[in-house]
Design a protein around this ligand. Structure first.
Ligand SMILES: *Cc1c(COP(=O)(O)O)cnc(C)c1O
Length: 377
């Protein structure tokens, strides 16, 4: 489907009367979000493409001034490079195939590569050479992120020191990267990780090009999550105190894109307090399933106004699998019924990117909506 542009979500519903799910992207919201990061983060803001690689999203961030992109595959690198002449991609996946490295280097001219093991450094040097920046990814302590990302990737302190020295000895330039985990709800996790990076830097004694403090900044799915300003404060203060004197990067995905999108679903069956929607955990609501995230929702009546008080409904998705239901209720008007719509907000991150198409249910209607998102936090 060609991307269409609408004045509001109501305009989408009036013009399309959709019985299929529609993914709404609010470019103005995305641009504001990117500018908030660019204006307040004490360094350069990259966008983590995997979080939502839709072209409208990438273009909105580029328009707002983002030029640096955290990419993890040749597909992501190709997409960004073909959209923008002036983009700088960083290959920030710690495990890469030889053919992929060769193409990244020769076709796309990628210069920045993450490693967390000596074998990956050997591979990188064998395929790409040494005229590169080797970013050593360090594992961070398990903190208060909903999704831990250091159980799979990241070198311990001693190995990180060894990798930096070895990369330097071989003639590569060096940098340090980490990721505190996704949906990190404690700003102090960045202080702890930055101190660890400073310790590694002090022990390695090699020149560093930059420190990349990763993503992890939260979406505001719940009321008690600290504001982004608390994160920027901690990071700026820690950076001043550590006085590393090098360029700082961050690579937010979720916090940049979460509230710039919503998904419009329709009720296809009501059984008392159970609602069967046309999108679910195999679609754009996979992260909502386990209930860590509690996104805002609103109901919109089809050709009528819903007037009932808000009551909890149990939500089922469209596939035939019993897993396809949400662990948290949606609070919706008591008179909601078949053909009414439910708009779920804060679903920009890890939604469209994760849907599977299982059972033939897939959201391919993606539209642009002007102005603000009415179901944000
Ligand atoms: C997933 C990922 C990100 C983005 O993480 P968010 O929690 O969405 O901000 C950034 N950097 C790397 C290396 C990642 O793997």
């Amino acid at each position: 489907m060609k991307v269409q542009r609408f004045a509001s979500v109501e305009d989408v519903l009036t013009r399309l009367d959709p019985s299929y799910p529609i993914f709404c992207i609010f470019p103005d919201v995305l641009k504001d979000r990117a500018r908030l990061f660019i204006d307040n983060f004490p360094g350069t803001v990259m966008y983590a493409v995997k979080c939502n690689p839709h072209e409208i999203v990438l273009k909105a961030f580029h328009e707002a001034g983002v030029r640096d992109f955290d990419t993890a595959s040749l597909t992501e690198i190709a997409k960004v490079s073909e959209l923008f002449d002036d983009a700088h991609c960083y290959f920030n996946h710690p495990v890469k195939g030889r053919g992929v490295l060769d193409s990244a280097n020769r076709v796309y001219g990628i210069k920045d590569y993450v490693v967390d093991h000596i074998s990956e450094l050997d591979k990188l040097n064998a395929v790409v050479g040494t005229d590169i920046i080797v970013e050593v990814r360090i594992a961070t302590p398990k903190g208060s992120a909903i999704y831990d990302l250091s159980s799979k990737f990241g070198a311990n302190e001693a190995d990180a020191v060894m990798l930096l020295r070895e990369a330097n000895r071989r003639g590569c330039r060096t940098a340090i990267a980490f990721h505190v985990g996704s949906q990190c709800i404690d700003p102090d996790a960045y202080r702890v990780a930055m101190e660890l990076a400073a310790k590694v830097a002090a022990r390695a004694q090699v020149p560093l090009e930059y420190l990349d403090i990763g993503g992890g900044f939260p979406g505001h799915y719940k009321k008690d999550i600290p504001p982004l300003s608390a994160y920027f404060d901690v990071i700026a203060k820690t950076n001043d105190r550590l006085a590393l004197g090098i360029r700082l990067f961050c690579e937010p995905g979720r916090a940049l894109v979460a509230d710039g999108c919503s998904i419009l679903t329709q009720v296809h069956l009501r059984k008392e307090k159970d609602l069967y929607l046309n999108d679910g955990v195999y679609g754009c609501l996979s992260e909502v399933r386990d209930g860590y995230l509690d996104p805002p929702v609103r109901a919109i009546g089809r050709k009528r106004t819903l007037e009932g008080e808000l009551v909890p409904f149990h939500i089922f998705g469209p596939t035939c699998d019993s897993i396809d239901h949400l662990q948290i209720p949606f609070h919706l008007p008591s008179d909601i019924d078949e053909t009414d719509w439910v708009e779920v907000g804060l679903v920009g991150a890890y939604s469209l990117a994760l849907q599977s198409g299982f059972n033939g249910f897939y959201t391919d209607a993606v539209v642009k909506v002007d102005g603000v998102n009415q179901v944000s936090a």
